[in-house]
Structure formats: C-alpha cells, structure tokens
Design a protein around this ligand. Structure first.
Ligand code: CP3
Length: 400
C-alpha cells in the first residue's frame, strides 16, 4: 500500500507530501532517520533506528517529546494538541465525508492518513493515533455509536448485574486493525513519536452506564456508591480493556501512551481514591515492563491531581483550569507536566494568544519536564492557521 509520496525536510525529517506540506520553519534539532516502507513489520526498537548507518550522526538524539516525558529538558520545547486530528482541519472533513466515525477508526489506511494530517500541517512534535476511547467497547461487541455533536451513545446501557456479567473480555484477535494502523504510522512518522491512548476505566464506565454523555453522572455514581461489588467487576473488566488496547499500541511501536480519564473531575477526591484510583493504577502497573513513558490526563481534575499522580504515570496532563505552577505543587516533584493553554483562547487576537502561550511556557519551566499542549481538546471551530502559529511560537522560544 502506498499512502503518500515522501520527501525529506531540511532538518532531515521524512514527511508526507500529501495535503499541505509541513512548514520548514518548524525545524528543530531532530536528526535524520530513514523511515522504513509503510506496512513493513517493525518492533519498537527497530522503528527508532535508522535502516542506513548515519555516519555524521551516529547517536540519534531523542525526540524532544520523549526527552520531556522522561523528565529531561530538550533543546526545543515539544508541543502537540489533544484532538489535533479532527474537525478543525478542512482536509479531515473532506476525507471523513461519508464514513462513520467508528468505521474510520477501524480502517488502518484511513487511521494512518487522518493521524498524519495534523503532523504534516502543523509540524507538531507527536502524532496521536486517530481513534476514540470507545473503540475497545466496539471491539468487545458493545453496540455503541458516535453521534455528531453529541459523542458516544449506547443502545443498551450497562446497569444491572446481568449487564456487567455479559460484558466479554477483550479478544486480542479483534485488534488486528490497530496493530496494522500503528505499524504503518510508525513507519511513516520516522523519528516523530506516535502517542497511543485509551480511555480510563472510570470514563469508559461513565459512558457504559449513562448510555451517553452526562452532566451529573448520577447513574454512574449511584452504581459506584450503591453497588461496590458490581462496580469492582465492571471497572476490573474495563481496566483489562484499557490495558490491552494500550499494550497493543506499544507493541506495534507507539512510543508514548496516554490514559484519558476525561470525566474523573465529576468525583470528590475521597470517592476518586476509593473507587477509581485502584483501577487506573492497575492499568499503569500492567504497562510497567514497557519502556514507554505514560501520560495521565483528566478534565476538571484540579482537586484530584495529587491522587492522579499516584496512579503510575510519569507525566501528568493538566487541564486549563489550574495554572501549571499550582499544578506542580499539587502533584509533587518529579513528574513532567503536559498542558495547558485554554483551547478557547485560540479565538482571541494573536497578541492575547501569544501572551498566554508565553505564560504557559514560563509556568512550565519549573517542572521536571514540560510538554506544551492545550488544557483540553482542540475545539472544532478553531482556525488551524492559529494552531500552526502556536507551534511555531513554542518552537521559537528559548527552551527553559
Ligand atoms: O487527534 C486526536 O486527539 C486523536 C483522536 C481522538 C478522538 N477522540 C477522535 C474523535 C481522541 C484522543 C479521542 C478521545 C476521546 N473521545 C475522549 C478523551 C479526550 C477528551 O476529549 O476528553 C473522549 C471523552 C471521547 C468521547 C468522544 N468522542 C466525544 C466526547 C466526542 C465528541 C462528539 C462531537 O461530535 O463533538 C467524540 C467524537 C470524536 N472523537 C470526534 C473525533 C475526531 C468527532 C467525530 C467526527 O469527526 O465525526
């Protein structure tokens, strides 16, 4: 399969020429890495080693994102955006036309193309797999759909003992498309890291129980507080889903893993500690043997940051509500942080955006490491040119 034609940028990075070319001014200290042919089977190690010996650069420098995730200070501050692939991009809207979201997520060629779009356009420091947190539920045979403008919706929510018992374990055989997509992507991306991800047990449970997005998560909390035995059975299964989904991506070459616990902010700290943290810990512990940095992110989790930092991830994602300086004192020393520009600030005039970007960079400068990102996903109405400009600005600032 030939996905795209390729060229090598001035900084030696192999990029796709499909769509808008990657901007040359986003050049950074990355070094040449010859990307193997798309579709070629790779393991994690070989994906990072050039196939041709590079005499001028015998030791391949670590990509900035991996350095920062490992608590180092790379020469250039790494930046990517949650939901960087998606409706803010006209090329995404054009390519997705006529294909349902969950169908797109299971088509390795389409996943590859959609994942690469924002990397090629913005020159971000990482790709994030084009998928969704409910994809493992689909693979498990659960009837779930993603409704435009609404989010995931289930026809038969999980609310009784029978419902929980009927949830199957995730069958690795059903994840072939994921393995293929990740291998293709790693081959296409060359030295740019691919972030794999999964939804955390609590956030998956919230969708399963509510049957769709919810403001108060009342049904989820009712089951959590009222039926701890059922809750344990459900979250144990979902921890298994998340773990297998993440391991599959790492085995195929993803070099960072992010666990999204988007709705954990709905809980008080005491409930989070008792009913959620043990299961997120289980997911991270199951990945301990992999040499892959992990990111843990939730929305509205300012009050939970100290506990979330105990779950086992190296990097803690901070949403836009808590300044990075305060977040650091809540999570304690030693954890790199990711975040946290308010996505809505991108609708302001450029001088306002620039000042806000500089402030986030400044506040992140005292952390063990900093990956620049938004404090939640890119909003669909965002002007993609502004995102590219933010990447250029972050890359142009002297690394703290
Ligand atoms: O670029 C990337 O970040 C990778 C792709 C990605 C998607 N979903 C694609 C998507 C990622 C990382 C996700 C994760 C996800 N999905 C989360 C965790 C992150 C977060 O936002 O907190 C959650 C809670 C979901 C569930 C979900 N899926 C929601 C709430 C929605 C939005 C509904 C809407 O239409 O506004 C989706 C749909 C979705 N996931 C879209 C995309 C590109 C839009 C659907 C489309 O393009 O047709």
């Amino acid at each position: 399969m030939v996905l795209t034609s390729r060229l090598t940028t001035s900084e030696g990075r192999s990029v796709s020429t499909k769509g808008k070319p990657r901007r040359a001014e986003s050049a950074g200290p990355e070094q040449p890495g010859s990307a193997p042919a798309a579709g070629q089977a790779l393991n994690r190690q070989s994906a990072k080693i050039p196939t041709m010996p590079d005499i001028e650069n015998p030791s391949q420098p670590e990509p900035p994102l991996l350095s920062a995730a490992r608590g180092r200070r790379p020469e250039r501050l790494p930046v990517w955006f949650m939901r960087q692939a998606g409706r803010s991009l006209p090329e995404y809207r054009a390519r997705r036309e006529g294909t349902a979201m969950l169908q797109a997520c299971q088509d390795p060629d389409l996943v590859t193309e959609l994942t690469l779009q924002p990397v090629n356009r913005h020159g971000v420091d990482a790709a994030i797999l084009f998928s969704d947190i409910v994809v493992p539920l689909v693979v498990a045979g659960i009837d779930v759909d993603i409704v435009a403008g609404v989010g995931p919706v289930l026809s038969n929510p999980v609310r009784s003992r029978e419902d929980v018992a009927a949830l199957p374990e995730l069958d690795p055989a059903g994840l072939q498309f994921l393995d293929t997509a990740v291998r293709q992507l790693v081959a296409e991306l060359g030295t740019t890291p691919l972030i794999g991800f999964a939804g955390a047990p609590f956030t998956l449970a919230a969708y399963l129980i509510e049957g769709g997005p919810s403001k108060d998560h009342a049904l989820t909390k009712a089951l959590m507080y009222g039926r701890p035995d059922l809750w344990d059975e459900l979250l144990s299964k979902l921890a298994g889903y998340a773990s297998l989904f993440l391991r599959t991506q790492a085995a195929a070459g993803a070099s960072v893993l992010q666990l999204f616990d988007s709705w954990a902010g709905a809980l008080p700290a005491t409930a989070y500690e008792r009913y959620v943290l043990p299961y997120s810990k289980r997911v991270f512990a199951s990945l301990d043997d992999l040499d892959v940095p992990r990111i843990h992110f939730g929305v509205g989790t300012g009050e939970l940051l100290g506990l979330m930092a105990q779950a086992g991830a190296e990097v803690i994602g901070i949403d836009w509500r808590v300044p990075l300086s305060q977040a650091q004192s809540r999570i304690g020393p030693g954890h790199p942080v990711q975040g946290n520009l308010d996505p809505a600030i991108l609708f302001a005039d450029w001088p306002v955006i620039e000042a806000a970007v500089r402030e986030v960079v400044e506040q992140g400068s005292t952390a063990a490491g900093h990956i620049f990102n938004l404090g939640h996903g890119v909003l669909p109405q965002t002007d993609p040119e502004v995102l590219t400009r933010v990447v250029e600005l972050v890359h142009s600032l002297p690394a703290p």
